[in-house]
Ligand binder design. Structure first.
Ligand code: G3P
Ligand code: CA
Length: 244
C-alpha cells in the first residue's frame, strides 16, 4: 500500500451532499476536509464567467435556456439550490470571481472549461486569472485538448490538465505529444491503473482522477499514487485517509 496521501478535491464542491457548483457546496467541501475544488465554467451573453456544469440553466436552477443567451443580471436572480433540497433555497449561480474570493490561498482550484465559445472563454479566463494573482493555485482542464493547448500557448504561466475518459495505452505518452507542457492528467478513474500512476509520476505529471465516490475506488487511486482525488463526497475520502 502506498504511503502517499492524495489531496481531496471536491467535485463541483461537495456535489453528493450539496447543490453542485454553488458557494455553499464549495464551503461544505472545505468543511469536510477538501484542499481543492473542481468546478465548471460558462460565459454569459455579456461576457461574465459563471460557475455551472451545464450550458443550460434548466437542470440546476429555476431558470431555463442557454447561459450564453442570458446576461449576468438575469442569472444572478435565479435559485440554484432548491432543485437539490429545500435546505438550500436561495443558493445562486456564482461568478468565478466569487468562488475565488472564498477559497483560501494555497488551495487548488481546478477550473474545467466546458465550451470554447469561439475562443472567447479562454480570453476571458486568462484575463481573469492574470488579474486574480492566483495563477499558482489554478489548474485549467478540459476534454477539449485543443483549447488546453491554446490556453497554454497564450499564457505559459498557467497550469493545464487533460481531461479524458479513454482507456489509453500510455497516459504519459499521450500528454507528451500535445505539444505544450501539461501539468496534470485528469482520467476517468475506471481507466486508470497503478502502472498508469507510476508512469505519470515518472514523467513528472500530476494526476487527478474523477469522479471517485466509493471506498474501493478511493483505495485503488491511493494505491496508484495519484496526486489528488476528485470526489462528490470529501468527508468519506477524508475519513479513509485519516484512518490510514
Ligand atoms: O473534472 C472532472 C469531471 O468533473 C469531468 O466530468 O461531467 O463532471 O464535468 P463532469
Ligand atoms: Ca467538471
Amino acid at each position: 500500500m502506498s504511503t502517499h496521501q492524495p489531496i481531496i478535491i471536491g467535485h463541483r464542491g461537495a456535489a453528493g451532499v450539496a447543490p453542485e457548483n454553488t458557494l455553499r457546496s464549495f464551503a461544505v467541501a472545505f468543511e469536510q476536509g477538501a484542499e481543492g475544488i473542481e468546478l465548471d465554467v460558462h460565459l454569459t451573453k455579456d461576457g461574465e464567467i459563471v460557475v455551472c456544469h451545464d450550458g443550460t440553466l434548466d437542470r440546476t436552477t429555476n431558470g431555463t435556456g442557454l447561459i450564453c443567451e442570458k446576461n449576468w443580471d438575469e442569472i444572478k436572480e435565479l435559485d440554484a439550490g432548491s432543485w437539490f433540497s429545500d435546505a438550500f433555497i436561495g443558493e445562486r449561480v456564482p461568478l468565478l470571481r466569487e468562488v475565488f474570493e472564498m477559497v483560501p490561498r494555497g488551495f487548488l482550484i481546478n477550473v474545467e472549461v466546458k465550451y470554447a465559445y469561439e475562443g472567447r472563454m479562454e480570453k476571458a479566463l486568462l484575463a481573469f486569472l492574470r488579474e486574480s494573482g492566483r495563477m499558482e493555485d489554478v489548474v485549467i482542464s478540459s476534454f477539449d485538448h485543443k483549447v488546453i493547448k491554446r490556453i497554454k500557448l497564450a499564457e505559459p504561466e498557467v497550469k493545464v490538465g487533460l481531461l479524458y475518459a479513454a482507456n489509453l495505452i500510455d497516459h504519459a505518452a499521450y500528454a507528451q505529444q500535445i505539444g505544450v507542457e501539461v501539468h496534470s492528467l485528469h482520467p476517468q478513474h475506471h481507466h486508470f491503473e497503478k502502472e498508469d500512476g507510476v508512469s505519470a509520476a515518472e514523467a513528472g505529471l500530476a494526476t487527478y482522477p474523477w469522479t471517485v465516490n466509493v471506498v474501493r475506488d478511493f483505495q485503488k487511486m491511493i494505491d496508484a499514487g495519484v496526486t489528488g482525488i476528485i470526489t462528490d463526497f470529501p468527508a468519506k475520502l477524508n475519513e479513509l485517509l485519516k484512518g490510514e
